[in-house]
Design a protein around this ligand. Sequence first.
Ligand code: GLN
Length: 544
Amino acid sequence: MSKYIFVTGGVVSSVGKGITVASMGTILKSRQITVSVQKLDPYLNVDPGTMSPYQHGEVFVTQDGAETDLDLGNYERFIDVNLTADSNVTSGQIYSAVIAKERRGDFLGGTIQVVPHVTTEIKQRFEKLAQKSQAEVIIIEVGGTVGDIEGQPFLEAIRQMRNDVGRDNVLYVHVTLLPYLNSTQELKTKPTQHSVNELRRIGIQPDVIICRSDYPIPEEAKNKISLFCDVDREAVIPLPTVSTIYEVPLILEEEGLGQLIVDKLSLKAHQPDLSQWQELVSRLKAPHEPVNIALVGKYVELKDAYFSVREALRHAGLYHNRDINLLWVRSEDLERDGSDALLDSAQGIIVPGGFGIRGINGMLKAASYARNNEIPYLGLCLGMHVMVIEFARYILGSMEPNSTEFDASTPYPVIDLLPEQKEMENKGGTMRLGNYPCQLVDGSRAANAYGQSLVYERHRHRLEFNNQFRTPLEKAGMVYSGLSPDGRLVELCELTNHPWMVSCQFHPEFSSRPTRPHPLFRDFIGVAKDILREGAQPPLPFSP
Ligand code: GLN
């Protein structure tokens, strides 16, 4: 039977609860304990797929095509597992399931209530993941902070679990923030005490409190938290802000969290082996020569909107012993005259995924800049559409080629809706989602990067390359370097007369891992790092 660790948050959101959960997975896995993870999102959307990135950050796509919270990306990167739809549960899913059962008559005669009907539905999701994954430990993160109205049923469900599966099989971890007061120059524990009181009010006594803080946490503060919140002194775990998120597992391990979990849940464990992780962190922290990469997107004000892209770039940089100096370029800013200067120092340009017409002209300008100046370019999904439109406009000598997403009546619809999308009325969960095969074309840059002929990649799109335009673009130097096995869909395209201009219809960023960069990102940085921009010095032999 699986054991459960439930993680709640207090005081404020965005303190890195997701990274903490992912890191707990890393330290358990380092003891050869099998782990699976689940995120509970209290909002009423069925999934984040219909939310703006401004609301929610990136939508992470699993292999089986679920549109999920970006924390799942961190779980995958830190624990090196491929998760499924079962790892993200929202209030929207829970309520629709309960109401569907009621309509079917499953509860005939009963009054449907939050307790027990909603809480039972929630607990069934815990059990389903435990059954399917057969993991020894299931870590479950409750999104938001204690006290949120929407979160109540989830907290009640995790409270009930202590009785359902037994006290020794459940551990409650609370992640809080210790704010720093400038006037008295001290870290305050009172908000933590209040948030633990809030938890206790609903019947949950935390076993472990992880204290996030921007400053080192003095013994005195730890003692106070232990006393007032009634947790063991060694179960108050300080987690100061660090320069790289990949350091968090090492800090938690050093603070004894791994052993504490093993003891409290009576787990069978091996000695922890975090040597790979230690090496990763020391390489990440060592100074490296930077590569300037411009990320041209619509949502750059919110860095979380491109979380996996940024991480995948970082993994690729590490492979080449380079730091990624990410230049965030708002695509709309490129639409002004003379804005090319924003790309002057870029050694590589990346145009990531996105939806809607806003900022498209700026992205087209970036693609044209990359093509004309021979700057490496990586286009991801929308970034591929942009590359195809720009190239078609160039070879046809017309501004009319477009995607029907942006101009439904263009005479040159080089990007058009997938046939199965034409009849689609609902917006939620109806894109082409998740893993699909892609057959690579021998000798292409893409095939060289992968070093294999058939790959599976994660998708999230409604539009595709319009096959009517394959021949004219091919004649002008576009290579379709990856196709669906039936040859119907263009999955990858690249340009011949260019150092490295490659785009894909899928999202390679989701499957990149810290020690295994995605081949396309790896080769993109591999070429970009040797590009010299005007005024730049050729790299000197670098001694850290
Ligand atoms: N908007 C485009 C489509 O729906 C691209 C989607 C994306 O970049 N994920 O096909």
